[in-house]
Ligand binder design. Structure first.
Ligand code: GLN
Length: 309
């Protein structure tokens, strides 16, 4: 077997962790459910996965956290792999410029959400994946386990239950889109799938490895293809333009990589053809992106010169 790649970026990760440690002001953990509110905003972890499956990191890079909207990348990949371009008749590909859970554009755009990474768009993707697999959340878990090599990766039932308890806005989005005929499954079934999806617990190591197919132009860890090269490019492009919601412009400006955040404080970022990164710190800014996470990715591309630009 070929020897694993050397941890090329480890010194830069160590430097970033030290800088972050000295930086005050980490934002505030999401407080809409107790499990997220209880996380320490000073937690920080960062991992890099090389294309051959070598993974290394700093800080709490092996600590599981709530993946939340980071999972939207994986459900999109799974659905696009199955249905191809027909998906784009049901969800758009434009940045929304609005908060991730906004309802505002849906009415004048006939129930077609702006993109797959805001909640409305992710609900459509999960709905379509559920129709095609009979178990969208299960298909997601399968992909994450296989690509991360972590069979213990799973849902947090308590988080899923709290999501459901506080899920009025997601329920409203789903019902509203259903009124335009843009949801296939009964709304309660879809919401159950979506809340389970949000509740995935995974570490920086897990999510960096699991997203490596997007750096391998669509090829999975075992060498088989999940996406065409073109589909992999498309997902990376949508991550760049829509992956951090109404902060996507600022993220592209500062980081210069396709990225996807979640309210658990995780962010994945892709360097196509080279490696993937995952950073986690639970304190969020007002747009729902990890403060230390964005800062760390900004420092990574600034210090290394590695970016898509
Ligand atoms: N569970 C959250 C929600 O649906 C996920 C949002 C996010 O991570 N941005 O509101």
């Amino acid at each position: 077997a070929p020897s694993p790649s050397p941890p090329t970026f480890l010194p830069v990760l160590e430097r970033i962790a030290e800088e972050i440690e000295r930086t005050p002001g980490r934002g505030r953990p999401a407080d809409y459910i107790p499990a997220l509110a209880a996380r320490d905003p000073r937690s920080f972890g960062m991992a890099v996965a090389e294309l051959d499956g070598t993974v290394y990191g700093v800080g709490e890079w092996r600590e599981p956290f709530s993946a939340q909207s980071v999972t939207k990348v994986f459900t999109l990949a799974l659905d696009l792999a199955r249905e191809g371009d027909e998906l784009w008749e049901h969800v758009g590909r434009e940045p929304s410029g609005n908060p991730f859970n906004s309802l505002i554009q849906l009415e004048y755009e006939n129930g077609i959400p702006r993109n797959p990474f805001i909640n409305a768009g992710a609900l459509v993707v999960t709905d379509r994946l559920h129709t095609r697999t009979g178990d969208a959340a299960g298909a997601l878990l399968d992909l994450l386990r296989t690509e991360s090599g972590n069979p213990g990766l799973t849902f947090d039932k308590e988080v899923a239950a709290s999501e459901a308890g506080r899920g009025h806005r997601n329920a409203a989005l789903a019902h509203f889109m259903a009124s335009y005929g843009n949801i296939d499954n009964p709304v309660p079934d879809l919401l159950e799938q979506y809340f389970r999806q949000c509740s995935v617990e995974a570490s920086c190591a897990d999510l960096a490895l699991a997203s490596a197919f997007l750096a391998r132009h669509g090829v999975r860890a075992d060498g088989t293809r999940l996406l065409t090269r073109s589909q992999s490019k498309q997902i990376n492009a949508i991550m760049l333009t829509c992956g951090t919601y109404d902060a996507a412009g600022d993220f592209a400006y500062r980081v210069g990589l396709p990225g996807k955040s979640g309210v658990g404080g995780g962010i994945i970022a892709i360097v196509p053809g080279r490696c993937t990164l995952c950073v986690w710190s639970p304190g969020l800014d007002e747009r729902g992106n990890s403060v230390a996470g964005v800062a760390a990715l900004d420092r990574f591309t600034t210090l290394t010169g590695v970016s898509v630009f």
